[in-house]
Design a protein around this ligand. Sequence first.
Ligand SMILES: Cc1cc2nc3c(=O)[nH]c(=O)nc-3n(C[C@H](O)[C@H](O)[C@H](O)COP(=O)(O)O)c2cc1C
Length: 168
Amino acid sequence: MSAKNQELQSATTKVLIVYYSYSGNTGKVAHEIHRIAGGDLVGIDPVEPYPGNYNAVVEQAKRELLTGYKPKIRVSVKNITSYDTVFVGSPNWWHTIAPPVITFLSESDMSGKTIIPFITHGGGGLGRSAEDIVALCPHANVLKSLSVYGADVKAAQQWMAANWPIQQ
Ligand SMILES: Cc1cc2nc3c(=O)[nH]c(=O)nc-3n(C[C@H](O)[C@H](O)[C@H](O)COP(=O)(O)O)c2cc1C
């Protein structure tokens, strides 16, 4: 894409970067994406924070994912309809996206939007995250996901350099 087209795309495309991060890795990647792509950066906060104890959060997450529980969240996206492109970030929790992100996608109308998932993980890669996002957003155009081990910001930079702006 030429520099001029790139300018045009950034002028006409409204970008949202929305993410949940329990221990900070997904947040770091989200900030890096924001630095490169611009747009609005918004964190998802569970109303009831997850326990600080690792084993406790692992057990709670397992229970929530097995039962399909959707925790209540606070998220300050004012007008989701105004965005064309939404980067959706989550840690890989039990091979899928974290329940607060499931709540967000269930409550938001993502029809017609381009979604770019970004997932940080501890070795398991994306797991089922991409498929699960597609299932939650059946009328969105879900593009290839960015998968990052831990908070490897450099890997995120390289991925963005190869994939952003989106080639039309
Ligand atoms: C509840 C829980 C479940 C997890 N399950 C997985 C998993 O199935 N596969 C994996 O690779 N990493 C797993 N992890 C590790 C996280 O995906 C990884 O540390 C991630 O980068 C954390 O992102 P955050 O710092 O934004 O919360 C899990 C972590 C937690 C807390």
